[in-house]
Design a protein around this ligand. Structure first.
Ligand code: HEM
Length: 97
């Protein structure tokens, strides 16, 4: 098990934090490229927007898992299950800051 999966087990879902746990998962190349398409990966307000059922966070998650195509980041490296689970836990915890 990698350290990120361990982190998911240890952490209570409601304690997953955008600033400490989620924001660091994005590389600057991810943030810069997606900013050009008005997808603000480093912006808590954008990522936690509760209108339309947290659609911004959900769309980002779906792009990372490959549920929507092209899977992000284009041509990888795709996120490990540990990182995807952490992001999912963050959403389940209500997108805490
Ligand atoms: C709502 C979610 C997202 C949508 C709809 C989306 C869509 C796209 C599209 C259409 C492109 C251009 C693809 C191409 O030129 O082949 C792109 C580029 C890119 N995306 Fe996303 N993306 C999303 C989220 C993400 C996330 C979460 C990451 C990283 C964790 C990411 C990283 C990148 C990078 C690095 C590029 C530039 C690739 C390159 O030009 O080399 N994107 N995205």
């Amino acid at each position: 098990m990698d350290s990120t999966s361990l982190e998911v087990l240890v952490k209570n879902v409601s304690k997953v934090s955008f600033a400490s746990d989620i924001r660091p998962l994005f590389r600057s190349v991810d943030i810069e490229h997606m900013k050009g398409m008005e997808i603000l990966l480093d912006d808590y307000k954008y990522m936690s927007d509760a209108t339309n059922g947290y659609q911004n966070a959900q769309r980002v998650y779906d792009s990372l898992t490959g549920k929507t195509e092209p899977r992000m980041p284009p041509n990888g490296p795709y996120w490990s299950k540990g990182k995807l689970d952490l992001f999912e836990s963050w959403m389940k915890g209500g997108c805490q800051p």
